[in-house]
Design a protein around this ligand. Structure first.
Ligand code: C2O
Ligand code: CU
Ligand code: CU
Length: 494
């Protein structure tokens, strides 16, 4: 993160604000997230819309909005005027109907990230385009055995995805458990980032930032800057964390509290795992069980080295590293008062499906690459000449082209290779992936995710069961700037 100038700090309302007593002043003076900002407002959660009798019906309007970020007014884009949009809660077997309206100046659409639903027609179809002023009626029918978990929605109109998500268009989806985990509190925590200019508008993003994947200077939780959570000792909370940042990876830690991992992307782990640190690539979700202990703790996001562009562009880009810097404080948790009653044991989840025990019908390799396109001699920075190409198997995205054709109902093994010097978090719609080999290391336990990070100059082997649906969808890098620049391919099951 670039250090802020005094002028920028003034614009943030951070200079001279002083520290307040809320939650222990010292906590707020650490690095990151607008130095000196006192924070400390209680965490707010977006409006919750829950299904009834198997149906959830709602209107979602994507439009410009004025919101408060920290101590300033910001001009963003939001669903139904709030950052994030409403949280949708449904159950396996339910139908979600959304009338999506486009109040933006650019085309958009809606994607339900991670849901196992049909990619066709007016379901989770990434090829839909809604013009400014237009609307579209979506219907998502969740199968009766849909895994519980934390999912999310965001626009997916190719060429506009990074800009619209960065501007504030995202919201949470929860699919309820069939056997509930006893907790004293269930929280949805949507992490996003954005950069504002001095007048509170979204900062311009240059070509270099798009190549790296833009990272916003302010990291928000439910649209708030460093909110505060309160609890009593001995409680068990369930935190549903979503990385809705367009490019930022989050290395999360919560010192001083008991933390167990309950879920990664989809479903739940049979037995929650003790963790001290978890990395979320863009698009990933985790659910944590937080067993509260007396004192004040901060949820922090430490920088992640996701590679750089050194050597990619001759001399032009040397030293241009992906933004890093100090850990960012996302929120604080103040635990005080008298201990609560024991919430009781966590029931064991169902054993996870293991595709290593199932016959593989086909194998294929997808290579994610970056390379120069055009004439380097013209130089960078003038918007002409050389351009970085983001490709899968040597090709940039073409919605009309069929890239990977699979037989519905079969299991395939895919080797995701990354020949570039940056990490790419790879996301397949509709069908989750089981990671079987990470680099040269076999993954012994069944590990399921819908966004799988493929480190720079490395590879990951996954298996996918193309169950339940036919139709055409996409696989892409979830650094949304890379997706918009072409790192996406079509996948058709038939
Ligand atoms: Cu969250 Cu295709 O994306
Ligand atoms: Cu998705
Ligand atoms: Cu990428």
């Amino acid at each position: 993160m670039r250090p802020l100038t005094r002028r920028q700090l003034l614009a943030l309302g951070a200079v001279g604000a002083g520290a307040t007593a809320a939650g222990g002043a010292g906590l707020w003076l650490t690095t990151g997230n607008g130095p000196g900002y006192t924070g400390g407002k209680d965490l707010a959660e977006p409006q919750v819309l829950a299904s009834r009798d198997g149906v959830l019906e709602l209107d979602l309007t994507a439009a410009p909005a004025r919101v408060r970020v920290g101590e300033r007014e910001a001009s963003v884009q939001a669903f139904n005027g709030s950052l994030p949009g409403p949280t949708l809660r449904a159950r396996a077997g339910d139908t979600i109907r959304v009338t999506m309206r486009n109040g933006l100046q650019a085309p958009t659409n809606l994607h339900v990230h991670g849901l196992h639903v049909s990619p066709q027609g007016n379901s989770d179809n990434p090829f839909v385009s809604i013009d400014p002023g237009g609307s579209f009626d979506y219907e998502f029918a969740l199968p009766g055995d849909h895994p519980p978990g934390t999912y999310w929605y965001h626009p997916h109109r190719h060429g506009h995805v990074a800009g619209q998500v960065a501007a504030g268009l995202y919201g949470a989806i929860v699919v309820e458990d069939s056997d509930p985990v006893p907790v004293t509190r269930d929280r949805v925590l949507v992490v996003s980032d954005l950069s504002l200019d001095a007048s509170g508008n979204l900062a311009e993003v240059d070509q270099m930032q798009q190549m790296m994947g833009r990272e916003g200077e302010l990291v928000l939780v439910n649209g708030q800057l460093r909110p505060q959570l309160r609890a009593a000792p001995g409680e068990r909370e369930r935190w549903r964390l979503i990385n809705a940042c367009p490019s930022r990876y989050l290395r999360l830690g919560l010192e001083g509290q008991g933390v167990r991992l309950l879920s990664r992307d989809l479903g739940r782990l049979p037995i929650p795992e003790d963790v001290t640190e978890v990395v979320l690539a863009p698009g990933n979700r985790i659910e944590l069980l937080v067993e509260t202990r007396q004192g004040a703790s901060a949820l922090t996001a430490a920088p992640v080295d996701r590679g750089n562009m050194n050597g990619m562009m001759g001399g032009a880009m040397r030293g241009a590293n992906v933004p890093g810097g100090d850990p960012v404080e996302l929120l604080t948790l103040a635990v005080s008062g008298s201990a609560d009653a024991d919430p009781g044991p966590v029931p064991e989840g169902r054993p996870l499906r293991d595709l290593r025990n199932e016959p593989v019908i086909a194998a294929r390799t997808l290579d994610f690459a970056m390379g120069m396109n055009g004439n380097m001699g013209r130089g960078m920075g003038n918007g002409q000449g050389a351009r970085m190409a983001f490709t899968i198997n040597g090709r940039e995205f073409d919605p009309e082209r069929l890239d990977e054709s699979v037989a519905a109902g079969t299991v395939e093994e895919w080797i995701l290779t990354n020949s570039s010097p940056m990490d790419h978090p790879i996301h397949l719609h509709v069908w989750p992936m089981q990671i079987v080999q990470d680099g040269d290391r076999d993954v012994t336990e069944p590990k399921w995710q819908d966004v799988v990070n493929v480190p720079a100059r490395s590879k990951v082997k996954v298996r996918v069961a193309f169950d339940d649906f036919a139709g055409r969808t996409v696989i892409h890098c979830h650094i949304l700037d890379h997706e918009d620049q072409g790192m996406m391919a079509t996948v058709q099951a038939r």
